[in-house]
Design a protein around this ligand. Structure first.
Ligand SMILES: [Zn+2]
Length: 450
C-alpha cells in the first residue's frame, strides 16, 4: 500500500493498480508529453488551472505581489513564478530547475528512405540514447510542424500520431549469433531507420502524411505549406505501475519529466503569502549540452529573473545582484539508483536505492553544483518533511554525468544543490522509479516553496 501525503491523499483505481492522486497525475503528465513541445503544453495546462497567466517576452511586464505568471521560449523551455510580498533584493528567489527533453530519435529534414522493399524514415540520435531499447517497440511520431503563412515566421502546430506507426526490428538471433555474449552493436546511420510501410503501399509523401494527420485533429492545411518540422519518435506504451506491492513506475522520459512534474506541482500548490519570489525553470536541450537559445547556457532565466526583479521594485543598479545573493536553486534531475546485478558500477558507500528518498548528488569537480552549505540546506528541508536524503557520488574511476545545476549556478552566481529521485535504466526507452519516491520528492519541494 502506498503512503499518502496529506495534500494528495485519496486513491484512484485503474484496472490493476492502486495509486495516489499524485502518482496518477504524474503518469498523465508523462503520457501527455511525448516531446518537449508537449511537455511545455502540459505544464502550461497545470499552471493555468492554478491561476497562472502567460507573459510574452516581447511585451512590457507589470507585476505586483502574489501575481502568478509564466513565460515560454522556443516552445520547449518554460519559466513560471509567483511574485513575493517583498522585492527580490530583500527576499531573493527560491528556484527549482529541471529539463523538458529526453534522449530520443528525431526525424531528419529529408526523411524518406526506400530500401529492400520498405519505406523507412531517416532519423538522427538526440542525446545519449540507450539505443538497444528502441528495437521492437511500437513507435509513434510527435512534435511540432511549421506551416508557411507567407509571413516572416511560419505557424507552428503540435502534432501527435498517437498510434503505432513505426518499428525498428531486431535482427533475428540466427543472423546475429554473438548478440547475447558480445552485445548489440548499433550503427546509427544504417541500423536505426524505422520501417513506415511496404514500398508498394499507397502511402502519400511525408508532407501529405503530416497534413492528413493535422486534418484528423481539426487543423488541416495544404501539404505544400508544411515546410519544416521538429519531430521525435516515441513508444506508445503508456506509463504503468508494477511490482508485487505496486511499488514501481515504468515509463519513457521519467528523466526528467518526473522532476518537471514535481516542480510544477510544488509551485502550483504553493500557498501565499511568501516574502520570496518562488520560481521554476524547465529547460530544453539538457541532454545535448544546454547550448541553445532556450537551454541552461542561454540568458533565458537571467532575463526572466531580471525583468521580474525590475518589475517588483529591485530596479536599483545593484538590485539584481543583491537578489541573486539572497537566492537558492534546487537543480532537480534523476539520480542513478544502484542496480542489483551491477552494484560494482557504483561507489560502495554511495548507492541510492529505489524507495529510499531524495538523493543529493555531489561531484568535487563541479559536474554537480552541490557544496557543503547547499547540501546542508537541502538536508534541513528533508528533515522538515520527515525524510533522510540519500547520497550519490560517482566511482573515482568513472566519468560523472552533469545537470543544469552547474550551468545555471555559473551564469547567475546562484547557490545551488543538485538533487533528484533515484531511477533505474536511465536513458532507456522505458525507465523505472519508485512510487514512494514520487511522494517524498514532492514533500521536499512543497516544503521549499511553503
Ligand atoms: Zn536528466
Amino acid at each position: 500500500m502506498l503512503a499518502c501525503v496529506s495534500k494528495y491523499n485519496g486513491t484512484c483505481h485503474t484496472s490493476h493498480t492502486r495509486m495516489t492522486d499524485l502518482v496518477a497525475a504524474l503518469l498523465r503528465y508523462v503520457d501527455g508529453s511525448p516531446t518537449p513541445y508537449h511537455a511545455v503544453r502540459e505544464t502550461k495546462r497545470l499552471l493555468e488551472d492554478a491561476g497562472f497567466v502567460e507573459l510574452r517576452e516581447e511585451d512590457r511586464w507589470t507585476l505586483k505581489p502574489s501575481d502568478r505568471a509564466f513565460v515560454v521560449r522556443g516552445g520547449t523551455s518554460i519559466a513560471a513564478f509567483i511574485c513575493g510580498q517583498a522585492a527580490p533584493h530583500d527576499a531573493g528567489f527560491l528556484l527549482v530547475g529541471a529539463h523538458t527533453d529526453s534522449p530520443s530519435l528525431r526525424v531528419k529534414p529529408k526523411p524518406e528512405l526506400l530500401r529492400s522493399g520498405y519505406r523507412q524514415l531517416s532519423v538522427d540520435v538526440y542525446g545519449g540514447v540507450l539505443l538497444s531499447t528502441w528495437f521492437d517497440r511500437d513507435l509513434s511520431l510527435a512534435g511540432r510542424i511549421v506551416v508557411d503563412t507567407d509571413g516572416e515566421h511560419g505557424e507552428p502546430h503540435l502534432i501527435d500520431f498517437e498510434r503505432p506507426l513505426l518499428r525498428i526490428p531486431n535482427l533475428a538471433i540466427h543472423l546475429n549469433r554473438g548478440v547475447n555474449s558480445d552485445g548489440l552493436v548499433v550503427n546509427a546511420q544504417t541500423h536505426l531507420p524505422p520501417i513506415l510501410a511496404l514500398a508498394h503501399s499507397e502511402l502519400p509523401d511525408f508532407q501529405s502524411m503530416l497534413a492528413a494527420e493535422l486534418e484528423r485533429t481539426g487543423s488541416g492545411c495544404d501539404p505544400e505549406r508544411i515546410v519544416a518540422w521538429d519531430l521525435a519518435l516515441y513508444d506508445v506504451q503508456r506509463a504503468s505501475i508494477s511490482g508485487y506491492a505496486d511499488e514501481f513506475i515504468q515509463s519513457a522520459r521519467l528523466d526528467n519529466l518526473a522532476s518537471c512534474f514535481a516542480a510544477v506541482e510544488a509551485l502550483a500548490n504553493a500557498e501565499d503569502p511568501c516574502d520570496a519570489t518562488r520560481a521554476i525553470v524547465l529547460y530544453d536541450h539538457e541532454e545535448v549540452g544546454s547550448r541553445s537559445a532556450q537551454g541552461a547556457q542561454s540568458l533565458f532565466l537571467r532575463q526572466v529573473l531580471e525583468r521580474v526583479a525590475y518589475a517588483s521594485g529591485s530596479g536599483a543598479h545593484d538590485g539584481f545582484a543583491r537578489a541573486m545573493a539572497r537566492s537558492f536553486l534546487i537543480s532537480a534531475d534523476m539520480a542513478h539508483a544502484v542496480h542489483p546485478s551491477y552494484a560494482d558500477k557504483h561507489e560502495p558507500s554511495h548507492q541510492p536505492v529505489l524507495g529510499g528518498g531524495p538523493v543529493i548528488k555531489t561531484n568535487v569537480n563541479q559536474s554537480y553544483a552541490t557544496d557543503g552549505a547547499s547540501a546542508a540546506r537541502f538536508m534541513q528541508l528533508c528533515r522538515s518533511a520527515d525524510l533522510t536524503p540519500q547520497h550519490y557520488v560517482v566511482r573515482g574511476d568513472q566519468p560523472c554525468g552533469s545537470t543544469v545545476g552547474p550551468l545555471t549556478a555559473a551564469e547567475l552566481g546562484l547557490r545551488t544543490v543538485d538533487v533528484g529521485s533515484p531511477l533505474l535504466s536511465m536513458h532507456s526507452i522505458r525507465e523505472m522509479i519508485s512510487t514512494a519516491d514520487v511522494e517524498s520528492f514532492q514533500r521536499v519541494l512543497d516544503a521549499f516553496f511553503d
